[in-house]
Design a protein around this ligand. Structure first.
Ligand SMILES: [Zn+2]
Length: 103
């Protein structure tokens, strides 16, 4: 498990994006560098109960979150974090996940 998830930061104006853009909508720059963001707030959570073609599918939760840097992304949830909750972001097998921040 790797802490944080990858976003792309415009080299000229430092705006962060996810997924990567071809051109920065803010300054039209075309150069990005990877950066990591570690925290997000849950905006919406749902449960995937079935997956077509998967017989041994275990229901799992996903959430639409907004990172502390402003990007919106979808992550797998490792606990029952509710909308409004602040979660810690991490990556496992290159997929983004989140779990409630331990206070
Ligand atoms: Zn830019």
């Amino acid at each position: 498990m790797t802490p944080g998830v990858t976003i792309w930061r415009c080299v000229s104006c430092r705006a962060g994006y996810f997924p990567e853009r071809l051109l920065c909508p803010r300054c039209h720059g075309a150069k990005f560098e990877p950066d990591r963001v570690h925290e997000a707030v849950v905006e919406e959570a749902s449960v995937i109960r079935h997956m077509l073609g998967q017989e041994n599918w275990q229901p799992h939760r996903i959430a639409s979150v907004r990172t502390s840097d402003g990007q919106r992304l979808t992550v797998g949830l490792r606990d029952d974090a509710k909308p409004g909750a602040t979660i810690e972001l991490f990556e496992e097998d290159a997929a983004p996940f989140g779990k409630a921040k331990s206070l």
